[in-house]
Design a protein around this ligand. Structure first.
Ligand code: SF4
Length: 213
């Protein structure tokens, strides 16, 4: 079995955490994460910041008009659907939860537009509660290294929970996402400069063999 902590420390050394830049408020982390789906980071950050500057809080955003929100977030993917969702989510958080984002996975996934990954990002990044958000980078990198052997994000989350100590779960997603963007890229991973290539199954079984020929 691989030593997660040893691998993680090496990854973290080359992948500083990417924090939400303008806020640590769970509500805005939730909105930003909904906006981020299928959207580049820069576009997401700009849209989220603009919404935050105009509306400021959940109560205000819950009363926003859909065309106004749509216009502000027009550069993000699926802006039509997302504008409806974030207004609806704001209304539910205001009316059902008294304006405070719930801090349990079960309650979070009842909110429209919030799946398991988004819920776990809100828990870990907004509330600092251990939770593992499996996105495309976490899924790819964890499988490539051989930390897990999962067929889908749900399996990956369950497998990762068993090997990542709770105190590492809070920062795990941002660190692995940065590593996945910069070094263990989807296409052409930068294995030669990777600090964990000696521990990586992909490197050993595929990359190394290929370059031997
Ligand atoms: S050795 Fe290559 S495949 Fe393995 S983690 Fe590093 S970059 Fe990714």
């Amino acid at each position: 079995m691989k030593n997660f902590i040893e691998i993680y420390k090496k990854i973290k050394a080359v992948s500083p955490e990417h924090h939400f830049e303008f806020t640590d408020d769970p509500f805005w982390i939730l909105i930003t994460t909904i906006l981020s789906q299928r959207t580049k980071d820069k576009t997401t950050d700009e849209a989220a910041r603009s919404l935050y500057n105009k509306y400021g809080d959940c109560a205000s955003l819950s009363k926003a008009k859909s065309p106004d929100v749509k216009n502000i977030i027009k550069n993000v993917g699926f802006s039509n659907v997302k504008s409806e969702r974030i207004i609806e989510a704001s209304k539910i958080i205001k009316d059902k939860y008294g304006g405070k984002v719930p801090d349990t996975h079960d309650e979070l996934v009842k909110i429209p537009g919030v799946g398991s990954k988004t819920a776990n990002i809100v828990l870990s990044q907004g509330f600092k509660i251990p939770a593992i958000a499996v996105d495309t980078h976490v899924f790819r990198v964890s499988n490539r290294i051989g930390l897990i052997n999962a067929r889908n994000p749900d399996e990956a989350e369950e497998a990762l929970k068993k090997i990542i100590p709770p105190e590492y779960q809070i920062e795990f997603n941002p660190v692995f996402v940065e590593f996945g963007k910069n070094i263990c890229k989807p296409i052409k991973p930068r294995c030669q400069i990777c600090p964990i290539n000696a521990s990586c199954d992909y490197f050993k079984s595929y990359y190394f063999e290929k370059n031997k020929k």
